[in-house]
Design a protein around this ligand. Structure first.
Ligand SMILES: [Ca+2]
Length: 256
């Protein structure tokens, strides 16, 4: 990834409370990722100053703003928001959380997804640009659309629209072969709609599948499964449990 914008400006280092944003502008650029990095260089106490949650907006005129991504706080030092490629001049990150901590940012970078990342965060999920999903069951309600598992917003979800059964599945096409060793399903605020049990399969062609892990439904809204590193294009999660609850997935993430 090539850094197009670097901000190291004391005016944005310290903000407190919710709803505070900043903006930085450059010539019109194609944006496909924003990375917020908490200051680590000289103050260990700033490690707690990550944005609790934030929305990312872009604009061509600094008047009309389009929300392109949300960032959920999980305590990580590098917060990455990815979204379909945008062409815009202005970028605004609005903190939507609240905390006694100040908001500290050591650097903000803007990247194009085709550039290699010079400083990858080993804990960050894979960028999901161009990914798509299919499923055995889809809700008729637009609010529960399948694409919501890949939109970076934990407040939007997919739901099966029917109770869980053995054999219900979702499948993600990562567009290109990826190397990964962990899949995570987050049911978001639909906490009871976690998969009761599930098997995870990978495939290079969407036809021939290899089972790599199983997920035990233990009541946790975020379900992760780790396995030896795989290189594949497709991932299928087959629910092997049953429940009156629908299967809801707010975010589907894959990790190296
Ligand atoms: Ca979502």
């Amino acid at each position: 990834m090539r850094t197009l914008v670097i901000v190291n400006d004391s005016r944005i280092h310290r903000h407190n409370g919710a709803g505070i944003g900043f903006r930085y502008w450059a010539s019109a650029i194609r944006l496909s990722g924003v990375r917020l990095i908490v200051r680590l260089l000289d103050s260990a106490s700033s490690t707690g100053d990550y944005a609790r949650s934030a929305d990312v907006y872009v604009s061509s005129d600094a008047a009309g703003w389009t929300k392109v991504a949300s960032v959920r706080a999980s305590g990580q030092q590098i917060e990455l928001a990815s979204f379909p490629t945008q062409t815009a001049r202005y970028l605004k990150v609005v903190n939507t959380g609240s905390s006694g901590n100040w908001w500290s940012i050591a650097e903000i970078g803007v990247y194009h997804r085709t550039d290699p990342d010079p400083d990858p965060d080993p804990g960050a999920p894979l960028v999901r640009d161009s990914w798509s999903a299919t499923a055995s069951n889809e809700s008729p309600w637009p609010n529960d659309a399948l694409g919501h598992i890949l939109d970076g917003d934990t407040s939007s979800r997919y739901s099966s629209g029917t109770g869980q059964y053995d054999g219900m599945w979702i499948q993600v096409d990562m567009a290109l072969p990826q190397t990964f060793s962990k899949v995570e399903l987050d049911s978001g605020s639909s906490r009871d709609d976690y998969a009761r049990n599930a098997d995870i399969y990978v495939s290079s062609d969407g036809t021939s599948w290899t089972k790599v892990a199983s997920v035990v439904g233990d009541g946790q809204p975020v379900q992760g499964a780790s396995f030896p590193a795989q290189t594949a294009r497709y991932i299928k999660v087959v629910n092997t449990g049953s429940a009156g609850n629908w299967w809801s997935i707010a975010e589907f993430n894959v990790y190296r």
